[in-house]
Design a protein around this ligand. Sequence first.
Ligand code: DC
Length: 224
Amino acid sequence: MNHNIAIDGPAGAGKSTVAKSIAKELHYIYVDTGAMYRAMALYLLRKGIDPKDSKQIEEACEIVDITLDYVNNEQVVLLNGENVNGLIRTEEVSAMASESSKNGKVRERLVSLQQALAKRTDVVMDGRDIGTVVLPDAFLKIYLTASTAVRAKRRYDELKEKGTDGISLAEIEKDIEARDRQDMTREISPLKQAEDAILVDSSALSAEEVVEKIVSLVKDNYKE
Ligand code: DC
């Protein structure tokens, strides 16, 4: 039996921070599927491909190679063999990833890679369609969310800490709302809570509290 854990939710809900800690605690592999869509987006940006040009995107899908590697337990995304971890967290890549991930061919390619990874080993996988499409038989499904204001503030603090200023809290909130709308209303695999997913609202919780809650849900499920 697989013991895969699926964590879905909107941007900034804390999925990756929480998923990483859970994977460490349970000795699972952490799979950040958003990083794969971001690597694809980086490729399209570099090639100057319009995110609305589905023909060109589909052609790109045929030739681009996106793989995951693990170095000291850290996920490394390889775009045609190049480690792009340090290049995929910009607002430009975020917006392009949200736009290009609507494309069915992009999803097909990346979903099959994600399913192959989860077959090999127990994973904590986070994204938008993990519980609904990628791992419908996951051992535990979590839908992690938080209010838009809280998510924007977290992103703002994160950018400030990195020393990347110049973008206001109001602008970040607007970007987050736009991405939510795009991710939740697209035709293929929109972001939504799977019927059998447990809703966790992290607005008033610390990352540690969310981890504790999910780890205890995993342990309860093992007992059943
Ligand atoms: O989780 P993230 O913010 O790194 O994801 C970037 C974008 O990729 C997000 O706006 C939508 C897309 N994505 C997706 O469509 N499906 C996933 N499983 C993960 C991300």
